[in-house]
Write a protein that binds this ligand. Structure first.
Ligand code: PEP
Ligand code: CO
Length: 390
């Protein structure tokens, strides 16, 4: 590693909660000796599989909640089942192995665009995920509470248990947002390599990918496979600089770009990003997140997304890669096995949103909507397989 292990501490960590210092120290010390949630060799195995994704020999299907909730362990099985069903539908079309990765067992911290939010007419500090504070409106509910870090560690451990029992082939991923937590769970293997032990694959969010920020510096110090979310403000130069910082050795499978440009902008913005990165020779995988660029407020005020926009961004992503002759690496979605009404389309109208809107953060596809998306993507990808073998 070219990055000194502690240099991230001198940089600005955007989105860092205002933790009470002493209480944070106690929790961090406790987590520093807690059992690892994933093993280095499992992380290396995922890196190897992602190397196949970059080369078109495998396909990544990554999905789960926007924000996991404490106490929702019973829903894990349904999410795993859905993820595997989506993987099966897509594998049948692409005729290469699918790598299933859950947004789970650690997806408890949320970056926010604004420091406050209005709930029932009251302005409150924003909810930042169960790792940080609560969704309630009472005094103290929104205060960052370091004790929560230990609770989300235990919930992640329980989720890993469910994953091992019902779906040992599914890897665990989350946004590596809270560096105090991630550093406390960093472990060193026999060869002296540092690994995040909180999940196999960690990603840097679109709000924390600053080249001089603490997140990029911290991610550079761990050997896990990692991803970076790229939103519409990303320049090709930034993408190239991220590669230099995060994958200086150009290790196949190390770095994945999860692109979330929005259905309306993907055709304009994606070609130059992919063309310049491809020309540099860097072995990155390109994964489509058709969710985060397509969020809007419904007439009822609910944060929602249209299945039609999600499908349109996915189709445009595939088209752009096909035109450039590059590989579609995978799909990244927010979904749940429950029959929620959070996104519109596939039988859910605006009037249905209040009925079962359960997400604490972004709207998820329900089971039917997620399967519809997987089937549509399979059709698009099958077309490519057919063209290639004609
Ligand atoms: C997310 O994945 O929930 C998220 C906040 O994404 P992004 O960083 O792409 O906005
Ligand atoms: Co989200």
């Amino acid at each position: 590693m070219t990055e000194p292990a502690a240099s991230w501490r001198t940089r600005i960590a955007h989105q860092r909660p205002q933790w009470p210092k002493r209480e944070l120290g106690v929790v961090v010390d406790r987590l520093a000796t807690a059992p690892a949630l994933v093993a280095p060799r499992e992380c290396d195995a995922l890196t190897e599989r992602l190397a196949g994704v970059a080369e078109g020999r495998a396909f990544l299907v990554q999905g789960g909640d926007c924000a996991e909730r404490l106490g929702e362990i019973p829903a894990v099985r349904g999410k795993l089942r859905l993820l595997r069903e989506m993987a099966r539908i897509i594998a049948y079309a692409v005729r290469v192995p699918v790598v299933p990765v859950g947004r789970m067992a650690g997806q408890y911290a949320k970056p926010r665009s604004r420091p406050t939010e209005t709930v029932a007419g009251r302005t409150l500090p924003a909810y930042r995920g169960d790792a940080v504070n609560g969704t309630g409106c009472g005094p103290g509910d929104r205060r960052p509470d370091p004790a929560r870090l230990h609770r989300i560690y235990e919930a992640s451990r329980a989720t890993r248990g469910v994953m091992r029992t019902y779906a040992p082939e599914v890897y665990a991923s989350h946004e590596g947002l809270l560096l105090d937590y991630e550093e406390a769970l960093t472990r060193t293997d026999e060869q002296g390599r540092r690994y995040a032990s909180s999940g196999h694959l960690l990603w840097i969010g679109d709000r924390t990918r600053q080249l001089d920020g603490a997140h990029v510096a911290w991610f550079a110090t761990v050997a896990n496979p990692i991803a970076v979310k790229l939103g519409p403000a990303t320049t090709p130069e930034q993408a190239l600089a991220l590669i230099d910082r995060l994958d200086p050795d150009r290790r196949p499978g190390r770095l994945t770009f999860v692109v979330r440009l929005g259905a309306r902008r993907v055709r304009d913005l994606l070609p130059e990003l992919v063309a310049k990165v491809t020309a540099s020779g860097a072995p990155v995988s390109w994964v489509c997140d058709p969710m985060h660029g397509n969020t809007f407020a419904a007439p009822t005020g609910h944060k929602t997304r249209r299945l039609a926009d999600i499908m349109a961004e996915t189709a445009a992503f595939v088209e752009v890669h096909r035109a450039l002759g590059t590989q579609v690496g995978g799909l990244h979605v927010e979904m749940t096995g429950e029959n929620v009404t959070e996104c519109v389309g596939g039988g859910v109208g605006f009037a249905d949103l209040p009925r079962r809107y359960e997400s604490a953060c972004d709207p998820r596809l329900n089971r039917g909507q997620a399967l519809e998306l997987a089937a549509a993507l399979a059709d698009l990808l099958k077309q490519g397989v057919r063209d290639a073998t004609d």
